[in-house]
Design a protein around this ligand. Structure first.
Ligand code: AMP
Ligand code: MG
Length: 479
């Protein structure tokens, strides 16, 4: 299908008009295409030739709107760094409607009814980051939004210095947030709360439709989905950076990419958001924060679902739902098939060892994926090889319980532990080049994002330990 023929539908608009505000995009000056993702275009039946269609640029810039679209921004609340804000909403995102269940959004399209004092824009650096990272996460097997394209412009924005405005066209199976429920619950608009729950069930949990107990079950499934999501983040070494309840997806997806970071050296205390002085959203805190966020969601659900059962579900989250999801992720990373009671100890010992050893998280697991009893290649990664040596004794003993050969285990681990992840310094380089008009690195990283488990000799430089002076790059919410 060409851009001209895109047909969108907007079921969200059948909800009460308090859920959204109609919005017109404010176009950027002198827009130009930075990148187009044909793999994502396919999901919405958009021709890959659209990369050369000027209409695509216009679609992203808001100067062309599909005939069937009634662009709108969504209303929601949220706990930001622990403090409740009643009216947030899409301050810089405009929804165009959905195709094949993918809800299209342009981010950075100018002021909306929810922009408050901000400009409704997204700067080029954060836009390139979201565009590439959401694709990387998807290919790493972590539930995530996607992005079909990105444009840059000559529109000047005041950030940390002057930046240029950009727009990412992102898409998701759902844009509903924990904070959307908080908004209507806080105002005691219980009929609207139910309508929202029914909408979310239809959109993301359709097997619950017509279930008399559906609101509790919806809550319960959101809890399960969140456990899987956060376990995925911890396993892959992803730090979100702004786990406010307005950035928590009701469908258990990674949404709203901001100052995120992949781990360089394994570090529980790593904080990727320079605005987060207290370390509320440190890497190691993400499971606790997800629990905290779920307690806020439970409060929002309290008028429509049984409190006691939700409390029990939250207890279970801490006791075994999250831990089990995490153990499952880690077992896979370690190539373990058999479930053994000692696994939690093996994993705890491992992360303690990694923390002490100053070892690159991604490289450690990739090299471990080649492990056949020979330890030197792992020692070479670490500042403290003795600790690694001790842990490998545990691992060797544990592997005896498995029935697979080294080769079989390696094969599975190499499909679980990526060779390539997008580290902040790589993204920073791609952004610097893009600012100078060279978009080739963005394309290279897009390719890398889509092939995290392959051996790509031409990209070997992206598989090394993060250079020392590039480690632990942090960013602020506004960067
Ligand atoms: P975030 O934590 O980046 O997802 O953003 C928190 C809230 O601030 C959301 O309601 C955003 O829409 C809004 N916001 C962030 N940046 C801007 C901006 N430049 N203009 C308008 N609203 C913004
Ligand atoms: Mg947000």
């Amino acid at each position: 299908m060409t851009v001209d023929n895109l047909k969108v539908e907007s079921k969200y608009l059948s909800l009460d008009n308090e859920f959204y505000e109609f919005t017109q995009a404010t176009p950027l000056d002198e827009p130009y295409l930075i990148s187009f993702n044909p793999k994502v275009a396919e999901l919405i039946d958009l021709d890959k030739e659209s990369v050369d269609d000027p209409r695509f640029l216009e679609l992203l810039n808001g100067t062309f709107t599909p005939e069937t679209a009634k662009p709108f921004s969504m209303c929601y609340a949220g706990h930001q760094f622990g403090h409740y804000a009643q009216r947030l909403g899409d301050g810089r995102a405009i929804n165009l409607g959905s195709i094949n269940g993918w809800h299209l959004q342009t981010k950075g399209s100018g002021e909306t009814a929810f922009s408050r004092t901000a400009d409704g824009r997204a700067a080029l650096p954060s836009s390139i980051r979201e565009y590439l990272m959401s694709e990387a996460m998807y290919h790493l097997g972590i539930p995530s939004t996607r992005a079909v394209g990105i444009i840059g412009s000559q529109t000047k924005l005041l950030r940390n210095g002057i930046e240029k405005g950009a727009v990412v066209m992102r898409m998701s199976s759902s844009w509903v947030r924990f904070g959307t429920f908080q908004y209507f619950s806080y105002f005691k608009e219980y009929e609207k709360l139910k309508a929202l729950a029914d909408y979310v069930i239809e959109e993301s949990y359709p097997h619950l439709e017509n279930d008399e107990d559906r609101y509790f079950k919806l809550f319960s499934e959101v809890v399960d989905a969140t456990a899987k999501l956060i376990a995925g983040w911890q396993g892959i070494g992803f730090c979100h950076g702004v786990m406010n309840t307005d950035n928590m997806s009701i469908a258990g997806l990674t949404i709203d990419y901001g100052p995120f970071s992949m781990l360089d050296d394994y570090d529980f205390g790593f904080v990727c958001n320079s605005t987060d002085k207290a370390g509320r959203y440190a890497y190691g805190e993400q499971p606790n924060v997800s629990y905290w966020n779920l307690t806020k969601l439970a409060l929002a659900f309290a008028p429509i679902a049984d409190k006691k059962r939700m409390e029990k579900k939250l207890d279970d989250y801490g006791e075994f739902i999250y831990p089990n999801a995490y153990i499952e992720v880690m077992r896979k990373k370690l190539g373990l098939e058999v479930e053994s009671e000692e696994d939690m100890t093996l994993i705890t010992e491992l992360v303690g060892t990694l923390q002490d050893a100053y070892v690159d998280h991604t490289n450690f697991f990739r090299v471990l994926s080649h492990y056949d009893g020979e330890r030197m290649s792992l020692f070479e990664l670490a500042m403290n090889p003795v600790a690694i040596d001790e842990w490998l004794n545990l691992y060797d003993a544990r592997l005896e319980k498995e029935s697979f050969s080294h080769e079989e285990r390696q094969e599975k681990m190499l499909k679980t532990n990526p060779k390539y992840v997008l580290k902040n310094y790589m993204l920073a380089d791609a952004i610097a080049l893009a600012k100078g008009g060279n978009l080739s690195r963005v394309e290279e990283l897009l390719y890398l994002a889509q092939h995290p488990f392959d051996e790509l000799p031409e990209f070997e430089k992206f598989a090394v330990e993060t250079p020392e002076h590039y480690k632990n790059v942090t960013l602020s919410c506004s960067s």
